[in-house]
Design a protein around this ligand. Sequence first.
Ligand code: NAD
Ligand code: LMR
Length: 337
Amino acid sequence: RWISLACGGLSGGVTGSAMGQIGYAIAPMIAGGIMLGPDQPVILHLLDISPAAEALNGVKMELLDGAFPLLKEVHATTDVTEACKDVNIAIMLGGFPRKEGMERKDMMSKNVPIYKEQASALEEHAASDCKVLVVANPANTNALILKEFAPSIPEENITCLTRLDHNRALSQIAERLKVYVTDVKNVIIWGNHSSTQYPDVNHATVTTTNGERLVKELDTDDHWLKNEFINTVQQRGAAIIKARKSSSALSAASAACDHMRDWVLGTPKGTWVSMGVYSDGSYGIPKDIIYSFPVKCEKGKWSIVKGLKIDDFSRAKMDATAKDLIDEKEVAHSCLN
Ligand code: NAD
Ligand code: LMR
C-alpha cells in the first residue's frame, strides 16, 4: 500500500524567509524514505497559499528531478481540500515563524486561524485513519485548535512536535558526557513547545561498557542538570534564530521524520520518546490540552509511559508548563472570536 502524505506550507515566498524552510528540507527526506522507511512508497501532496504557487511548482519540479524511487506521485496545490484528499498522514508546517526577540505564542493571531480552517478540510477529506503532526508554532495550541474544529478525527490521531526538544536534550547530554547521542535515551520533554517546557533527565540513561547507567549517576553536577541543561534546551530555538536569523529548519524536519517514523513503525524496545498528545489526565496534568508526555509506540499507536516517579522539582515545572498551555488556549480562543 502506498502512503499518501500532505505537507502544508511547503514552497514559501510570502513570508520573505527562506522559501518554506522546513518544507523544503523535509520533502526530500520523506521522498528518500527517512520518514517511513526504505520500503514504503509515498505520494506527496504539497500545499501552500496562492502567492506561492509558482515557487511551489518549482519544488515539485525538483522533487521529480530527484527521481526518488519511493516517490510515486507529487501533487502541488493551493487548494486545501485537494491537498487533504485521502491523505494518511498530514504534516502541518503552514504558518509564520517567529523572529528574534519574540516568543512562539506571539504568532498566535496569525497561525491559529490557519488551523481552524485546515481542521475542517482534514476532517472532511483526509483518510479516516489520518495521523496529523502539527509543527507550526505555537505547535501545541495549533494542534488543540485543529482537534476542536475536527471533532470526528480521533483525538489520538492529532499530535504536535516536541521531538526536536527531545533530540536537543539527548544531544546536550551526549556532549556533556562525551558519549554518542545514540547511547543516551529516555529524556522527557514535558508540556509546551515553548520556553516553559520541562526537559527532564531524571529517568534518562546512558549505555556504557558496564551496562545502562542513569545520567544522574554519571553527571553528579545537580546544578548543571537543573539549570544550564534545562535553560539551553528551553532556549535552543531562540539561540538558532539569533545565530541563523531564521528559525531551525533541518533539525525540525529531521525531528518531524523521527516523530512520524516512531509513531508508524514503533519505538525501539525499552525506549520512549516525547510527543505532544491530547492529555488524558496522566501525571495529574489537566485534560483538554495538548501536552508533551513520554510515549511508547507500537503498531501505529502511542501510549503514555505510566508510573514514573515525579519529585517536587519536576512537579512544579510540569505544572508551570501546563498552566502556560491553559493560558495559551484562552488566547487562541480569543483570536478566533
Ligand atoms: P517559513 O516561513 O519558511 O514557511 C512557512 C510556509 O507556510 C510558507 O511557505 C508560507 O507560504 C506557508 N503558509 C502560510 N500560510 C499558509 C496556509 N494557510 N496554508 C498553507 N501554507 C501556508 O517557516 P518555517 O521555517 O518552514 O517554519 C514553519 C513553522 O514551523 C513556523 O510556525 C515555525 O515557528 C514552526 N517551527 C516549529 C518547530 C517545532 O519544533 N515545533 C520547529 C521549527 C519551526
Ligand atoms: C524551534 O524550536 O526551533 C522552533 O520552534 C522555532 C522557534 O521559534 O523557536
